[in-house]
Design a binder for this molecule. Structure first.
Ligand SMILES: Cc1cc2nc3c(=O)[nH]c(=O)nc-3n(C[C@H](O)[C@H](O)[C@H](O)COP(=O)(O)OP(=O)(O)OC[C@H]3O[C@@H](n4cnc5c(N)ncnc54)[C@H](O)[C@@H]3O)c2cc1C
Ligand SMILES: Cc1cc2nc3c(=O)[nH]c(=O)nc-3n(C[C@H](O)[C@H](O)[C@H](O)COP(=O)(O)O)c2cc1C
Length: 759
């Protein structure tokens, strides 16, 4: 088999080593335009877990690499003249030059034909080989030549950075945070041999321009960085090596393999340097590709496809973490006023991979300093106006589609009642519709008839009598998404013909091709709807609710006023954000006027439509400011469901950054929601200051006692089990399985005891 590898970076070289090892009959030619010692950059970091993969793949290179490793376990955050240290992390680093030397020597010794200082022939010329590997880095010529096949996307990010070295071996991974008159400048630094450290200087493009770095030569920029960080460099010198100020580009490709050409490493995908994974990913790709050839022999197509399907999910998950991390640094100015320890915790948990629990295991002292309270962060109470919530967990609104003519029945009593016994600080109802045509489906609950008020009163009274949760009513109007089927009969699909009712919206634009075209609302319609909201707010008070939430999300009526995709009005209710917000704010004002001053009012928004040209996070921040000015106490930050064209970027707590942004930029409390599933996530979000409350929907369908169980798992006793359930509330020795085992044993014992002959 003849294999042509374009690029002799860590990915290309490691692949050639492994292929020559597994298949000594393979002819492997590596082209690299650089001379052997002519490389960019300084040191690269690896985490401990990465190393096991390399140990198994090629013990020879592994032992040479680890012999030269510089190791450390602390991360120091230097911020406003103070150093905060978090320990127990376990890093290793090696100079890039040294790493490449080891890989080059090993590849040559195994018989790979490594051609240095040689520009690779065009991919069209190489395709006569059995396999062509594009391992030619982030600006890959192989990828560009075959862009139609690989379908790359290149996302140029908002920060400028320069990769420098410092002639000092720091004793930890260091983040140096400097404030300038034009914004924050951060340095990421780590040692990689006995006398040198990598020193990457990074800042927002805006800051870079305002500081005049664009007009300076690279040497002047290095000297400027030297002066900015002179206190922490303490006499050490910053050194460049082909260094330039560049923007990080996140590379993604729809396909990584086409016929006999395959992309590997940075050519296929990049992950921001702040999570230190690029070299590791490239080398792990090499392991997976080589192993695929071991399994599939000469079947190039099968091997490359197996490689892509094995690696893609792992890489995408790393890219999601890298994306969260790079966005955090792009927005670092937002967090600069946080208290020192919280800032440090926020920085360390920025990728959403490192969590409260991880840090507690690695460095309990650090976490105790960040959160000295004996209660886990999720169990710290929160006051909103006159309402004190016992903890930070919210049962997110969930439509049960089980009401009859808008009246919630026994199902709702049991459903909400069970969750109110389950320990959450706040239990929200499903969207309670303000009129019959404001329902989404015929099964949606309402608050527009006297019997509705009585039915809700019964549920709230049960929760207040037995549970410890506050009860929140979410009121809303379906707008153009109304007159559709029950969730399990076809979500957002219109009712069978003859059963539909007229739907209204800001403009006569339908939600989807099968949905009805709504009637564009007149001012008289707006008066009616506003008054219906007010009446539902009054009735919610009557029914005893503690908190009122206005549903302005998910494409329902008030949300569609906000979205430029649904609101095409040319009067004062359409156009600019101020105009699109006019009617939703009018509804808010009217509801606030009847909702008592001591009770909090929340608004749920979709912070983005996930469609270009739609409502977006900038508008969400501006709108949240308006909400705060109109008496809203907390914004419940969801996203999407406004347009069928949406392309959401799902992932772990994927909507939390929108909430975080509003919290810091507007300075108001927020509820984060969406794919928050573990108590560790809730603790992390609260401790880092990303949100004040966390709403969980689906996890509460799985486990109504989610909060009580979270308390048990964290050995936290101060939660309220109803007396009827006390017998089952015993704290587990450790973990759920132990509880189950213990309960089973107890039950068995009881059975045994009761079956003994009575005397
Ligand atoms: C500032 C910064 C810091 C980083 N820090 C870390 C870190 O701490 N840890 C980490 O794991 N990763 C880090 N990385 C990422 C890491 O450098 C890359 O992800 C890694 O080098 C990718 O390896 P590769 O083999 O895919 O590509 P590269 O290392 O880019 O190698 C590509 C090679 O292809 C050659 N080439 C390109 N085109 C041609 C052509 N037409 N003909 C011949 N040769 C060609 C180039 O000369 C180059 O040698 C960092 C990156 C940056 C920018
Ligand atoms: C069955 C179901 C019904 C829902 N109904 C509503 C609703 O009435 N109002 C609302 O704002 N969100 C509703 N949602 C959205 C949730 O409140 C929540 O935002 C979403 O499910 C993401 O959270 P999760 O990842 O914790 O499930 C519903 C979600 C589910 C699963």
């Amino acid at each position: 088999m003849r294999i042509a590898v374009v690029g002799g970076g860590p990915g290309g070289l490691y692949l050639s080593i492994l292929l020559r090892k597994i298949r000594p009959d393979c002819e492997v030619t590596v082209f690299d335009r650089r001379a052997p010692t002519d490389t960019f950059g300084f040191g690269v970091v690896f985490s401990d877990e990465t190393l096991t993969v390399f140990e198994h793949a090629d013990p020879e290179t592994y032992s040479q690499i680890v012999e030269r490793f510089t190791r450390w376990s602390d991360i120091d955050i230097h911020y406003r003249g103070e150093k905060t240290t978090s320990g127990g992390h376990g890093f290793s680093a090696i100079g890039r030059r040294e790493l490449l030397r080891i890989l080059q020597e090993r590849a040559l010794s195994l018989g790979a034909d490594v051609r240095f200082s040689t520009e690779a022939p065009a991919v069209s010329e190489l395709r006569g080989a059995d396999l062509v590997v594009g391992a030619d880095g982030a600006s890959s010529a192989v990828r560009t030549a075959m862009a139609r096949d690989f379908v790359p996307s290149l996302d140029r990010r908002a920060c400028r950075y320069i990769w420098l070295g410092a002639d000092v071996a720091f004793d930890a991974f260091k983040f140096f945070i400097a404030e300038t008159e034009h914004g924050v400048v951060q340095a990421h630094a780590y040692p990689y041999d006995s006398g040198m450290s990598t020193f990457i200087v990074e800042m927002h493009e805006r800051t870079w321009k305002r500081l005049g770095l664009g007009e300076m030569s690279v040497d002047e920029g290095v000297a400027w960085s030297q002066r900015l960080f002179s206190d922490v460099l303490d006499g050490a010198r910053l050194i460049g090596n082909n260094s330039r100020w560049i923007n990080f580009v996140t590379v993604r490709n729809r396909r990584w393999c086409v016929d006999n050409v395959v992309l590997l490493g940075d050519a296929a995908h990049t992950a921001h340097f702040s999570i230190g994974s690029g070299t590791k990913l490239a080398m792990e790709d090499a392991v997976a590709l080589a192993w695929a050839f071991r399994s599939f022999g000469d079947d190039v197509r099968a091997a490359t496809m197996a490689y892509e399907s094995e690696r893609r999910p792992i890489v995408e998950s790393t890219q999601r973490a890298a994306q969260a991390s790079l966005e955090w640094f792009e927005s670092i100015g937002r967090y600069i006023e946080q208290p020192r320890l919280q800032f440090a915790f926020n920085l360390l948990t920025r990728s959403r991979r490192v969590t409260y629990d991880n840090l507690r295991l690695r460095d309990p002292e650090f976490v105790r300093a960040v959160h000295p309270d004996a209660r886990p962060p999720m169990f710290t109470p929160l006051r909103l106006r006159g309402l004190e919530l016992a903890n930070r967990v919210v049962v997110s609104p969930m439509d049960m589609y089980s009401a009859i003519d808008g009246t919630p029945g026994d199902f709702h009593l049991v459903h909400l009642g069970a969750r109110a016994l389950g320990g959450a600080g706040l239990v929200m109802t499903e969207m309670i519709c303000v009129s019959d045509i404001g329902r989404i489906t015929p099964g949606c609950a309402g608050m527009y008839r006297p019997e509705h008020v009585e039915a809700w009163r019964r549920i709230v009274a049960f929760a207040h009598a037995h549970g410890g949760s506050a009860m929140g009513a979410q009121i809303g109007h379906s707008g153009r998404k109304g007159s559709t089927r029950l969730m399990w009969e076809g979500m957002d699909e219109p009712l069978p013909s003859g059963e539909n009712w007229e739907v209204i919206a800001p403009s006569a634009v339908r939600y989807g091709s099968r949905n009805q075209v709504p009637r564009a609302m007149t001012r008289a319609d707006m008066d009616v709807v506003r008054d219906q909201f007010v009446s539902a707010a009054r009735d919610s008070l009557e029914a005893g609710f503690d908190l009122l939430e206005l549903h302005m999300a998910h494409g329902y009526l008030l949300s569609s006023f906000l979205s430029p995709l649904a609101n095409l009005r040319e009067d004062e209710y359409g156009g600019s954000l101020e105009s699109r917000a006019r009617f939703p704010l009018e509804v808010l004002d009217a509801c606030r006027a009847v909702w008592p001053a001591e009770k909090p009012l929340s608004v749920r928004i979709s912070a983005t439509d996930w469609v270009p040209g739609g409502f977006d996070p900038d508008q969400a921040v501006a709108f949240a400011r308006m909400l705060a000015a109109h008496g809203c106490d907390i914004v419940d930050v969801s996203s999407g469901q406004v347009s069928r064209m949406e392309k959401p970027a799902f992932g772990r707590s994927y909507q939390t950054p929108f909430a975080d942004r509003i919290r810091h930029e507007v300075g108001m409390p927020v509820i984060a929601v969406g794919a928050i599933s573990s108590y560790d996530d809730v603790n992390t979000i609260v401790a880092a200051g990303r949100a004040d409350l966390c709403a969980l929907a689906r996890p509460h369908l799985y486990d109504p006692n989610w909060t009580l169980h979270a308390a048990a798992e964290q050995d936290f006793d101060l939660v309220r089990w109803v007396p009827q359930y006390q017998a089952g509330s015993r704290k587990p020795p450790a973990g759920r399985d132990r509880v189950r085992a213990e309960l089973e044993r107890t039950f068995e014992e009881i059975l045994l005891a009761s079956s003994e002959p009575q005397v």
